[in-house]
Design a protein around this ligand. Structure first.
Ligand SMILES: Cc1cc2nc3c(=O)[nH]c(=O)nc-3n(C[C@H](O)[C@H](O)[C@H](O)COP(=O)(O)OP(=O)(O)OC[C@H]3O[C@@H](n4cnc5c(N)ncnc54)[C@H](O)[C@@H]3O)c2cc1C
Length: 362
């Protein structure tokens, strides 16, 4: 039976709950809003499957990265609504055009972040763009397995720990599975995000209707985080906006993100995508401030997928060291902010703005 000795040992991927043959593992949020398994010990048969599939009990070794590119989707309208260079959309379109299904994170009708499946390119806009909240994965791994067993191509996208959790859960390789992960320095909890939505709604006197984590109207590098109500617009460049400052400074992120097991050439995905920060310094002629995706090819299958879509993109060839030079999360975890515990201890007592001002004074 899975025994959690520290919250740092669980990434909340849901593999354990999904594999349990007795359905006796529930994944529920703790006081910080991060989900952890709760085992109904009375019904547990000690089969050991939950331990077998846990990605943090079997951390991967480093592997070679086959190729690294800076890439821009040739369709500027797609790039505008993507967080970086819009390469995720090209991979997804290829799989959809082959009759497949895409899994990724969407903002649902209540602005909650959850993993969902789509089967048509019309639905792709909802998966496009980063949502900086840990996504709800309830029931998703089993849905992926059912589709894989029907021999349909499936592209699963998510954070590196979600990919690792899926691979653990599946327990075997599938030729029809393609995986794409995002470089990720950490995920905030849905509780912190919902508190922000509520505080904005209280200030506006009306509910938030739309969230744009990385709006590019003023350029990719500036990237604004926007919360729109019916009549008002709240937001700021991402490095000045309260929610994003708490996220980017590792205050509001999950404990297991302090020391990610899947960065620095340890991703289990076929392809890893990230922002190509620093491309303006290394390849100034390639940067138009509309977004460049850093694409790391981890497997031969990933290379094949990339080669199949690359005619719809502009590319430069680069390398791992260059890609990581201005993007720490590619190769390192930076731990948690020293006042993270204070932040979560006071989350129910103070506003996010108050906590931001105390913890991250400008
Ligand atoms: C929580 C998080 C942290 C990140 N941290 C970094 C970082 O530190 N450095 C960096 O370079 N890049 C980071 N990224 C990745 C970056 O923001 C872009 O998503 C990436 O560069 C791909 O951009 P794109 O334009 O090619 O595609 P986009 O269309 O922007 O990519 C969308 C993809 O992101 C996935 N996605 C969106 N939100 C989530 C979510 N909440 N959980 C799981 N998957 C999600 C979708 O399923 C889809 O596959 C992070 C992304 C997330 C979600």
């Amino acid at each position: 039976m899975l025994k959690l000795t520290s919250n740092q040992n669980c990434c909340g991927c849901t593999a354990c709950a999904s594999i349990c043959p007795k359905g006796c593992i529930a994944v529920t949020p703790d006081s910080e809003g991060f989900c952890y398994p709760q085992i109904d010990e009375a019904n547990c048969i000690n089969c050991g499957l939950c331990e077998k599939v846990c990605p943090l009990l079997r951390k991967p070794a480093q592997h070679d990265v086959l190729n690294v590119y800076g890439a821009k989707n040739s369709d500027d309208s797609v790039r505008f609504t993507s967080s970086s260079g819009g390469m995720f959309t090209l991979f997804a379109e290829w799989v959809l055009n082959s009759g497949g299904t895409i899994f990724g994170a969407e903002l649902d009708e209540n602005l909650q972040v959850r993993h969902t499946a789509i089967e048509s390119t019309d639905a792709l806009p909802k998966l496009r763009g980063s949502k900086y909240v840990q996504s709800n994965m309830t029931g998703v791994f089993k849905q992926v397995r059912t589709l894989l067993n029907s021999d349909k191509p499936v592209l699963f996208s998510g954070t590196p720990c979600q990919i690792a959790g899926l691979k653990g859960f599946l327990m075997k390789d599938y030729a029809n599975l393609f995986t794409v992960d995002v470089v990720c320095h950490g995920v905030p909890s849905a509780k912190v995000y919902n508190k922000h939505l509520q505080e904005i709604a209280a200030a506006a006197g009306e509910a938030v209707q739309q969230v744009k984590f990385r709006d590019k109207a003023n350029g990719w590098k500036q990237g604004e985080t926007l919360f729109l109500t019916e009549h008002q617009r709240f937001g700021a460049p991402k490095r000045q906006e309260t929610y994003m400052r708490l996220f980017l400074n590792n205050v509001s992120i999950r404990p297991s993100c302090a020391d990610c097991a899947f960065n620095n050439k340890r991703s289990l995905a076929d392809i890893t995508i990230a922002d190509y920060w620093g491309v303006d310094k290394q390849f100034p002629e390639f940067d138009d401030d509309k977004g460049v995706t850093l694409v790391l090819i981890n497997t031969a299958k990933g290379q094949q997928l990339f080669d199949d879509v690359k005619s719809a993109a502009s590319l430069i060839s680069t390398d791992f060291a260059k890609g990581a030079q201005y993007n720490v999360a590619v190769s390192k975890s930076l731990g948690l902010h020293p006042k993270r515990q204070y932040f979560f201890d006071n989350l129910d007592r103070k506003t996010l703005k108050e906590l931001e001002q105390e913890i991250l004074p400008q």
